[in-house]
Design a protein around this ligand. Sequence first.
Ligand code: GAR
Length: 210
Amino acid sequence: KLKLGVLISGRGSNLQSLMNAAAAPDFPATVALVLSNKADAAGLERARSAGIPALALPHKDYADKPAFEQAMTRALEDAGVQLVCLAGFMRLLSPWFVDHWRDRLINIHPSLLPAFPGIDTHQRALDAGVRFHGCTVHYVRSEVDSGPIVAQAAVPVQSDDTADTLSARVLAAEHELYPLAVRLIAEGRVTVEGDRAVLACPLPIPATAL
Ligand code: GAR
């Protein structure tokens, strides 16, 4: 099975969805290590209660970003991690880290990229008046929220939505999409060709049905 390292900063609901998926015997990946840059991230406790090694590496304990990222890399490599999954990890990663883990590093982002990179995506989608919002799983490149797209799920925007109601609808889609994307990668069905990720099969679930 493909060994995952999951990087979090907070709640860890996407981490939970990956752990839940990985609990199924036929899931082709396993969560080998959880790292958080915040010692009080609720996701650390979720991992520990599932018996998964979980470490806090507070970025403030390190002299600089290279030292922090080298510590994360060492922990991930010591655990034999083959694919790093960002799941609500709220630190920008340096080109060094991104290149070191090139094509072995994915992220989930709460928008239909390339629309709405960055933060506050739900409010910005409402302000823009888009009829569909959603989430994206993509390989990570140095530019923020960019890189080859593995999978997306579209979610309708309702006329009475607030940022909270919309983000809850998107989050439910995220919890379906991330395990699906990890499965595709772990089964060797995703190839990165330049700026694009090519799937060897159609997405198994119509994304709007998630
Ligand atoms: C998720 O909505 C994730 O897509 C988003 O943070 C939330 C984390 O929730 N990530 C980003 O905004 C990254 N730029 P979680 O901790 O419950 O998984």
